[in-house]
Design a protein around this ligand. Structure first.
Ligand SMILES: *[C@@H]1O[C@H](CO)[C@@H](O)[C@H](O)[C@H]1NC(C)=O
Ligand SMILES: *[C@@H]1O[C@H](CO)[C@@H](O)[C@H](O)[C@H]1NC(C)=O
Ligand SMILES: *[C@@H]1O[C@H](CO)[C@@H](O)[C@H](O)[C@H]1NC(C)=O
Ligand SMILES: *[C@@H]1O[C@H](CO)[C@@H](O)[C@H](O)[C@H]1NC(C)=O
Ligand SMILES: *[C@@H]1O[C@H](CO)[C@@H](O)[C@H](O)[C@H]1NC(C)=O
Length: 952
């Protein structure tokens, strides 16, 4: 929210300069000199993107990025994204005395030469300097001259140190952007003696101390963004004197005290965000008199919500979640409100009967985790724009209003953990775009309406912990989008109908009254990961096909009446069949109740409508799907002994690495022999199978087979895939697993990586080596993974997003050197670029950020969430999901109570010393910020890394 704003700050200014200020100044006598300067410059630049070539285009004014006046005098130069590495050319630019704007953003410059400052400082007409998104290091240069400079953008660099008088001579400075650097010390107050400053963005740095009240001397300030620093203390009341202030963003600092009452007098202020601080006291009255957007979430605000807070007609978004507010929700709510978040407070009373005749725009309503009582007001059904309704974890009673079925745009409905009774309204069948329905842990009775199968977009259905009776309707098999079905702890009986074929996360029928054989139709669930049939009366044998289900990682059968022999399950499946007295276990002892050999799924619920998508796969056609089924069985345990299957047919192999040692080691033939033998499998994940291959030289490599015939790979052709790999192969970061080579075969792709001898972080943390990692190793792994991710997110061309980040995709070269793997997945399985009816939820269970459920988009913030879960694993020693509960959610419950944080930490590690403990607590703070339920407040990877380094 706060950070991306720098671009929007700038745009009106750019617009102004590019389109309106070109005419007035004329220096016509300079133009022949300028041509020679430009020729010199063209020779210095590596502008391969659009070569400046005097022999092809004689007039430099027609060159890319050059703008001139009508009389051919150069005014603007944009060298953005020219691939510039060295700064030698900069002083030459200053020979263009008519220059008004210079943009060198998006390059790899590491310094601003002194000569540039001295010579360009003399250009009185220079109004804009943009050095953002480079690699500038060191401290801020002191700007002399530059009397006309209005906009200075140095954001997205690595500048550091304190800021004193360096900018004080910039008398015309109106817009200063220093966000995303490593500046520290206190907030600078000498920003031009003339005090002309209008926009100040210092977000995402290490600024400390309190907000200086001298900022109020800059009476023309309209935008202030100080978010994501280490600021402490109060908001000075004088800030309220800034009579032109429009945007004030103070998010994610350590500020405390109250929200100044005089902010309500700022008639220009439209956006105020002070979320994630330690503000306390009550919300001042009239605060929203002029505001459009107010975010005070994650503070310690107390008292009740002032009666007028939500009624102001200008108001669009209010987020007060995660505070200590009590009392009731005011009755009077503005009709323009789009988003209202009041979750995780201590609010009580009834939910007001909002009628959307007046609340036309309400789209997101989140009131979860409060103490609301009474019924769900049926008037909510008039809110036709409502997309998300979360009333979970309150004390709501009565039946669920059938009128909610009229909310035709509803995508997420969460009513779990209340005291709702009555039946599931059959009108819910009209919720055509609903993707998540959670009504678990209520007192709902009656049967599951068969019309529920009309919910063709529903992906997650949770009705667990009610008193539902009757049978599961047969129509359920038509719910082709469903990936999770939780029906445990009800009174359902009868036989189990055909289940929706795309079920993946879980099919949970535990603690009901089911009986009869385990149905054969479950065989069709080829992507299912968790099957829980425990606490029923199932009888007969455990069918063999369960042992052949490729993706199953957890099978829970305890307390039934099963008999016969237990089939042999793969070592990666955790099976619990205790409490079945007539069952004979003739297989290896590692399959037993409460097996520690549990490898939690790394699965990604990706489900697509096959058809058209597959036909476009080029070389990989539907025919190869059939072939691949045969190959795929290579992974089945039963076939392990007869390992002499033919090696895959190589279409094409290519070395990506420039490293001569790897190039001489890698032997494609040897590699293909290795992958033909299932004994070489070292790891299986949802998308890939890792083999260890020993090359003729004796050196081992990982060969990763992408299970790409598995319906999920959206390759247009091999060509595109090869291009993507070429790009990924050039990445150079010691914490990222970059492909060294690849081989394409008729039905698969094989990627070569350096061998990581210690296996995955998951195995080291939760496997047999449990507790093998001391704190220095854990910390070093945390920093390493953060470095890898920050690198991937910061890739200049376009950030590389991870589809599936989990401790299973982090390989360890040593106990201190992690490598982030599976970086190619998002490129290969590109959900956004695919056409047709692909709907994707990416990630592994336990690592999936909550917003993916309805945004259906992989984002950087989503990756940050998954990384936060990995941090929590390192801190707690617990896996991402245990006892049916996600680690992140478990920890977030404590997040408000810092005094309880100690209990979260892995005691075996935290007890080693006081220093270790305090470092762990500091890292925990970072982890909690990363797993924030909403994506906007999560820190970006670069600042996560910085915060981690500071935690030492
Ligand atoms: C043109 O360039 C010459 C040297 O290259 C310099 O002496 C002269 O001052 C310049 N003239 C103008 C008008 O900039
Ligand atoms: C152009 O590329 C060469 C070689 O890569 C490099 O030495 C030089 O510094 C580059 N020049 C600029 C202006 O980046
Ligand atoms: C503040 O803005 C006004 C109107 O744009 C302008 O006249 C005035 O000079 C500015 N103040 C300073 C100190 O620059
Ligand atoms: C709300 O909390 C305050 C303390 O923060 C307390 O004084 C007040 O009585 C509470 N009001 C209600 C309605 O619970
Ligand atoms: C809703 O939003 C639209 C524009 O987004 C606005 O024109 C309208 O006045 C708002 N209020 C209501 C009640 O529809």
């Amino acid at each position: 929210m706060s950070i991306s704003s720098s671009a929007t700050f700038l745009s009106p200014f750019f617009f102004y300069f590019f389109f309106f200020s070109l005419c007035p100044l004329v220096f016509s006598q300079q133009s022949s000199n300028q041509t020679s300067t430009m020729i010199t410059l063209s020779q210095l630049l590596n502008n391969t993107a659009s070569p400046w070539d005097i022999t092809r285009q004689r007039d430099p004014c027609s060159w890319k990025g050059v703008q001139c006046t009508g009389s051919s005098v150069i005014t603007n130069l944009s060298l953005s994204g020219f691939g510039l590495v060295t700064s030698d050319f900069l002083p030459v630019v200053c020979k263009i005395g008519s220059l008004q704007a210079l943009d060198v953003s998006n390059n790899q410059l590491s310094s601003i030469p002194n000569e540039f400052i001295t010579s360009c400082g003399g250009i009185h007409g220079l109004k804009l300097l943009n050095f953002s998104k480079n690699r500038l290091v060191g401290s801020l240069p002191t700007f002399h001259g530059f009397v006309g400079l209005e906009i200075l953008d140095l954001s997205y660099n690595s500048l550091s140190g304190k800021i004193g008088l360096e900018l004080d001579q910039l008398d015309s400075l109106k817009s200063l952007h220093l966000s995303r650097n490593h500046f520290d010390g206190s907030i600078p107050t000498n920003l031009g003696k003339a005090k002309a400053l209008e926009q100040l963005d210092l977000s995402v740095n290490n600024f400390q101390g309190s907000i200086p009240e001298q900022l109020a001397d800059y009476g023309n300030l309209t935008h202030i963004d100080l978010s994501f620093n280490n600021l402490s203390g109060f908001i000075p009341g004088r800030i309220g004197e800034l009579s032109k202030l429009e945007v004030l963003i103070l998010s994610s600092n350590n500020l405390n005290g109250g929200i100044p009452a005089n902010f309500s007098k700022l008639a220009t202020l439209s956006r105020f965000a002070a979320n994630q601080n330690h503000f306390s006291g009550s919300i001042p009255g009239e605060l929203t008199r002029y505001l459009k957007i107010l975010d005070l979430s994650y503070n310690k605000l107390t008292g009740s919500i002032p009666p007028d807070l939500l009624s102001q007609p200008n108001l669009q978004m209010v987020d007060m979640s995660f505070n200590l507010l009590n009392g009731t929700i005011p009755k009077d709510i503005s009709s323009n409100l789009v988003r209202l978040r009041l979750g995780s407070n201590s609010l009580s009373g009834e939910i007001p009967s909002l009628t959307c005749a007046t609340l036309g725009n309400l789209t997101y309503l989140e009131l979860e985790n409060n103490s609301f009582t009474g019924m769900i007001p049926q008037q909510l059904s008039s809110c036709q724009n409502l997309t998300l309704l979360n009333l979970a974890q309150n004390y709501l009673t009565g039946s669920v209003p059938e009128q909610l079925g009229n909310l035709s745009r509803l995508q997420v409905l969460k009513l779990q953990l209340n005291k709702l009774s009555g039946e599931i309204p059959s009108q819910f069948a009209q919720l055509q775009v609903l993707s998540t329905l959670n009504m678990s842990r209520n007192s709902l009775a009656g049967s599951i309406p068969s019309s529920i199968s009309n919910l063709q977009k529903l992906t997650n259905l949770n009705l667990e912990g009610n008193t539902l009776s009757g049978t599961i309707p047969n129509s359920i098999s038509n719910m082709s989008s469903l990936i999770e079905l939780q029906l445990g702890e009800n009174r359902l009986r009868g036989t189990i109908p055909m289940m929706p074929i795309n079920l993946q996360i879980s099919l949970n029928l535990s603690s009901n009254l089911f009986e009869g054989f385990i149905p054969n139709s479950l065989r069709r669930l080829t992507v299912l990961e968790v099957l829980d049939l425990s606490n029923n009366k199932f009888s007969g044998e455990i069918p063999d096909f369960l042992a052949e289900m490729k993706t199953l990682t957890q099978l829970i059968l305890f307390n039934n009446q099963l008999s016969g022999d237990v089939p042999k399950f793969g070592s990666y499946v955790s099976v619990n069949f205790s409490g079945n007295p007539n069952l004979r276990n003739v297989t290896t002892p590692n399959i037993s109740a409460g097996s520690t050999n549990r490898k939690k799924s790394v699965a990604v619920p990706i489900f697509i409508a096959l058809g058209a998508a597959l036909l476009t796969l080029g070389v990989v056609t539907v025919v190869t799907l059939a072939i691949s089924r045969r190959f795929y069985r290579v992974n089945d345990e039963q076939l392990q002994l007869g390992g002499d299957l033919p090696s895959p047919q190589v279409i094409h192999g290519n070395l990506l690495t420039a490293n001569a040692i790897h190039r001489s080691n890698i032997c494609f033939t040897k590699a293909m022999e290795a992958v033909a033998d299932p004994l070489n499998i070292t790891l299986k994940t949802r998308f890939s199978t890792y083999y260890k291959a020993i090359m003729p030289s004796g050196v081992s490599y990982f060969i990763k087979k992408l299970n790409w015939s598995d319906k999920i790979f959206q390759l247009g052709s091999h060509d595109k895939f090869e291009q993507e790999l070429e790009v990924l192969g050039k990445l150079n970061n010691s914490n990222v697993m970059t492909p060294l080579a690849y081989v394409l075969t008729t039905d698969s792709a094989y990627l070569f990586y350096e061998y990581a001898s210690k296996g995955t972080l998951f195995d080291v943390l939760h496997g047999s080596l449990e507790n093998a990692l001391d704190w220095p190793s854990r910390y070093s792994i945390a920093v390493g993974v953060a470095q890898g991710l920050a690198f991937l997110h910061g890739c200049t061309s376009s950030p590389i997003l991870l589809l599936d980040l989990s401790s299973k995709n982090i390989m360890l070269k040593s106990m201190k050197e992690p490598q982030v793997g599976d970086i190619e997945l998002c490129k290969v399985i590109d959900p956004s670029k695919s056409t047709g009816s692909l709907s994707t939820v990416a990630g592994s269970v336990g690592y999936i950020p909550p917003e993916y459920a309805y945004t259906m988009m992989v984002t950087m913030a989503g990756n940050v969430y998954s990384f936060g879960v990995v941090l929590l694993e390192l801190l707690t020693g617990k896996p991402a999901v245990s006892e049916g509960m996600e680690l992140a959610k478990r920890v977030l419950r404590y997040s408000a109570q810092q005094d309880k944080w100690d209990h979260i930490l892995d005691f075996n590690v935290s007890r080693t010393s006081i220093t270790v403990r305090s470092q762990m607590l500091a890292v925990l703070k970072v982890a909690i910020a990363c797993v924030n339920v909403s994506p906007e407040p999560r820190p970006k990877m670069k600042s996560v890394l910085r915060l981690l380094l500071n935690a030492r």
